[in-house]
Design a protein around this ligand. Structure first.
Ligand SMILES: [Fe+2]
Length: 355
């Protein structure tokens, strides 16, 4: 066995251990804010992630339409994350996507290992667990399945799960509809900046180049959830991210200096504005810091689709129309790949400083 293979969190979870390996125990600073996610989700007070209803987004009535679009824009300015309802993607299809992903993770471990990725050789698509990316060896309490789902001609069907049988059909259909939703959202965000409606879509690569990458996150039950994180605090590098989940809470957003727990809203799709749109809009739209908590009672699964610009082809920088003398560019020009590299570098620096 190759030593660099990350342990599957699923096997750790089912092994019956009562305390988690030290690599999964978070830093002292993080531990102070990790609490019981079920208790957190029940709390009614404090700020809440906005819910945006898309049913009037294309209303014939100009006033109704503009009010609806303004709400979405405001949520992107204020939070950079929202629950989308009446998004136009059929509930039945969402259920099929979730059922298929769940069925894949319910396969025996040795079946899933046939799809294992190989991160060290750069093959990141497939079944995997996070490798430590800094000297502290810190790990996250999750396994995942990662692959590109759109555009169709860029997919590698050889790594798509063959079981369950509906996986390919349901996921492909979902990808196509989500791509349409991304165009819609990008057009509203463009208009919100005073740009032509197709502008942001074009700036992130358009139909040919914007890549939709799906990551199914599988968070097994954790014997010491107060010590671990499913996903550590980060902002998404994407243009937009769309998330489904199995109605088990876990997502927290860092809003006004506090961790806010996202409620589970039936049939909604959670949408994040990622760093890419934050950069293009010169910070007018926010890419919010977020993380995932785990629990000891229920397995949590989420389906995140990252809509990403091409790695090298586009230089991301604040658009000239949103920059002025009063509001100079707050982000330097970088390709998407350079942006990711820069974040990793900063993280490594931070880890060294805090040691
Ligand atoms: Fe994220």
């Amino acid at each position: 066995m190759v030593t660099s293979v990350a342990p599957r969190v699923e096997s750790l979870s089912s092994s019956g251990i009562q305390s988690i390996p030290k690599e999964y125990v978070r830093t002292q600073e993080e531990l102070t804010s990790i609490t019981n996610i079920f208790e957190e989700e029940k709390k009614a007070e404090g700020p809440q992630v906005p819910t945006i209803d898309l049913k009037d987004i294309d209303s014939e009535d100009k006033l109704v339409r503009e009010k609806s679009r303004e709400e979405l824009k405001e949520a992107a300015v204020e939070w950079g994350v929202m629950h989308l309802v009446n998004h136009g993607i059929d509930d039945d299809l969402l259920e099929r996507v979730k059922k298929a992903g769940e069925a894949f993770f319910n396969l025996p471990l040795e079946e899933k290992e046939k799809y294992a990725n190989d991160q060290e050789s750069g093959k990141i698509a497939g079944y995997g667990s996070k490798l430590a990316n800094n000297a502290s060896g810190q790990l996250e309490w999750e396994d995942y399945f990662f692959h590109l789902i759109f555009p169709e001609d860029k997919r590698d069907m050889s790594i798509w799960p063959k079981s369950p049988s509906d996986y390919i059909k349901a996921t492909s259909e979902y990808a196509k509809l989500l791509r349409g939703l991304a165009t819609k959202i990008l057009s509203i965000l463009s208009l919100g900046l005073g740009l032509d409606e197709g502008r942001l879509e074009k700036e992130v690569g358009g139909m040919e180049e914007l890549l939709l990458q799906m990551k199914i996150n599988y968070y097994p039950k954790c014997p010491q959830p107060e010590l671990a994180l499913g996903v550590e605090a980060h902002t998404d590098v994407s243009a937009l991210t769309f998330i489904l989940h199995n109605m088990v809470p876990g997502l927290q957003l860092f809003y006004q200096g506090k961790w806010v727990t996202a409620k589970c809203v039936p049939n909604s799709i959670i949408m994040h504005v990622g760093d890419t749109i934050e950069i293009l809009s010169n910070g007018k739209y926010k890419s919010i810091l977020h993380r995932g908590l785990v629990n000891k009672e229920k397995v949590r699964i989420s389906w995140a689709v990252f809509c990403e610009p091409p790695k090298e082809k586009i230089i991301l920088k604040p658009l000239p129309e949103v920059v002025s003398e009063a509001e100079p560019a707050i982000f330097p020009p970088r390709t998407f790949a350079q942006h990711i590299q820069h974040k990793l570098f900063r993280k490594t620096q931070d880890a060294l400083v805090s040691k």
